[in-house]
Write a protein of this length. Sequence first.
Length: 335
Amino acid sequence: MLAGELGEEALLKELRGIFAPTSPGTPVAIGDDAAVIDNPAGFQGVWTTDLLLEGVHFQKDWQTPRELGKKSLAVNLSDLAAMGAEPGWALLSLAFPPETEAEYILELCRGLAEQAAAHGVAVVGGDTTSNPWGLVISVAAGGAVPAGAALTRSGAAPGDAILVTGFVGSAAGGLRLLREGGGETCAYPVLVEAFIRPAARLAAAAAARQAGASAMTDISDGIASDLRHICEESACGARVVWNNIPIHDQLAAAADRYSWPLADMALAGGEDYELLFTVPAEKAAGAAKAITAETGVPVTVIGDLVAADRGILLLGPDGSLRPLPVRGFDHFRHE
């Protein structure tokens, strides 16, 4: 049945059956004009929001609707992780053509509900509307952090080491495979997985905080862009060592096979949703080891912060220093 045939009221009743009506800390949730959330004493609220647009961030044939629902929440949870927050609540708004299959929307919501349950998140409300131009998914997610303890981009200082979780550029490789088609996605499953099913590094973020992280962000737009945010907010420069950048073997192999610009993908590819963070240099090796041991997520030291007047530099494989490319993913740049 098409969503337009089912109608808004019937669709909303189906959605209420997917999402729990209330949960601890949310005495009034789905079904009223607005949600009511209890604020824990001694904590501050942390909120974020993201949009996913059909034709811009995804195509329907790239993944199942359930996978798309999971990713829709994961990208928000990644922002909360980067702030050191414990996630708690989410709002979901959807706009889609009336001729969309109702089951597609319900499956998307089931996927989001599964992701929410896996991380203790209550979906407390949202909105639906018609949009003839395609599917639009808007998620707002909130959490809590002890008062004054949010990890921001402004807490770093010269001498801090720069660390990153996981591998970078993989999602850019997965997106490129999906866009270019040719049946090659199955040859590089790690890359496709990185784009379609990104992991929110909540456990790694908590472990990084415990290990003394001074500043943190997630890699949504690429190292080149997201590290620059930390440097600007913390009034620092940086030196990134190319030979230390963690690149998955499948990305290196695909880049070699298709003549992809590996450095651009690793440094400026977006949607990895890994964590980029800093710790005092003397704690770096221990922090990387501890986080990996606790969470199973590899952590790599990729450089250090320097005085702002030294700029943001890349140490190449030949030992030369050059400016780190400025560009990361830019939603308003068309190529």
